[in-house]
Design a protein around this ligand. Structure first.
Ligand code: NAI
Length: 325
């Protein structure tokens, strides 16, 4: 099986090359370009494409892949909102993903965002480097006894819930499919009204697109913290800006952003950013943005490589496709 590996980054190649030694019949060529209509031609002559979160596998790309006998899309991530599944099905293209590689990696990143925002360690780091030991402006708050609302309690939401229970926080969960657990189940409105911190862990779909909008902010407590490590389109960024300006939203931690495909995973430090909404978000002192690195641990990269190549092997050997979308 020949795999065209799109959006390849230097940090992931060693993990795939190491894992691939156990799969002598799989050959991988790495392309730094993202997969989209313009670059789909690079996949000609391959059996599969391997893609990540910001590759755009729309109906035209699927049609191109199908017409070049490419049978498989191997997602090396959990989310699949960037693949036109209807088109893939119509062209008989298999789509496989890595449903879970390290929910703890993302959950721990949420905690990093929460603690950095609440204890202002990013500001303290800079102050101490300038020999400034003034504590004014660094006043934080405890997670202990705070109410944390988790919207979407699947693998990552549950891992976060387990950590938060260790902090002594009260955890509320809104998830239409969640069973009882070590949290209090409630509806979305109750969660929005009662939470001191809200963290998003549901997928993006027609029910959850901009689930955090002006109306949602109007229901929240003044001084609330919002964390989004799930998908950018869950949050209306312009509503966030208004909520930050009115001080309703006192802390915002983002690892994802609705227009991130133009920005993330690349170095734009020599350019003038054209995204005014993003630039405004970055300008707030109480906003912390990371560039989709929640998954980015050694353990997770190793697991992503293992499961992706196992998925490829299963396709090649006509074995059951347990990770087919
Ligand atoms: P999962 O599928 O295990 O859990 C998602 C949960 O959301 C499920 O329990 C489901 O019942 C719930 N849900 C569905 N519709 C809902 C709604 N309308 N309201 C509330 N809950 C709803 O997914 P997992 O693995 O926990 O991933 C969660 C999100 O994190 C995904 O969007 C994924 O793309 C994102 N993610 C982000 C990463 C990062 O690096 N920042 C890395 C990996 C995943």
């Amino acid at each position: 099986m020949k795999i065209a590996f799109f959006s390849a980054q230097a940090y992931e190649k060693p993990f795939f090359e190491h894992t691939a030694t156990a799969y002598p019949h799989i050959k991988i060529d790495y392309f730094s370009q993202s997969l989209n209509q313009k670059t789909a031609v690079l996949a000609n002559g391959y059996d599969s494409v391997c893609v990540f979160v910001n590759d755009d596998i729309n109906a035209q790309v699927i049609a191109h892949l199908a017409s070049n006998n490419i049978t498989t899309v191997l997602l090396r991530c959990a989310g699949f909102n960037n693949v036109d599944l209807t088109a893939a099905k119509a062209h008989n293209i298999k789509v496989l993903r890595v449903p879970a590689y390290s929910p703890e990696a993302v959950a721990e990143h949420c905690i990093a965002l929460m603690l950095t925002l609440s204890r202002k360690t990013h500001k303290a780091y800079n102050r101490v480097r300038e020999d400034n030991f003034d504590l004014n402006g660094l006043l934080g708050f405890n997670l202990h006894n705070k109410t944390v609302g988790i919207i979407g309690c699947g693998k990552i939401g549950l891992a976060l819930c387990n950590i938060l229970n260790g902090f002594g926080a009260k955890v509320l969960v809104s998830d239409p499919y969640a069973l009882a657990g070590n949290y209090t189940l409630c509806d979305l409105n109750t969660l929005l009204r009662q939470s001191d911190i809200i963290s998003l862990h549901c997928p993006v779909n027609e029910h959850t697109h901009h689930i955090i909008n002006d109306e949602a902010f109007s229901k929240m407590k003044p001084g609330v913290m919002l964390i989004n490590t799930s998908r950018g389109a869950l949050v209306d960024s312009k509503a966030c800006i208004q909520a930050l300006k009115s001080k309703k939203l006192a802390y915002l931690g983002l690892d994802v952003y609705e227009q991130e495909s133009e920005l993330f995973f690349k170095n734009h430090s020599d350019e003038i950013l054209q995204d005014d909404v993003f630039s405004r978000l970055v300008s707030f002192k109480n906003v912390l943005i990371t560039g989709h690195q929640g998954f980015f641990t050694q353990e997770a990269l190793s697991e992503i490589a293992n499961i992706t190549l196992r998925n490829a092997q299963a396709v090649k050997n006509n074995q059951p496709l347990i990770n087919q979308v």
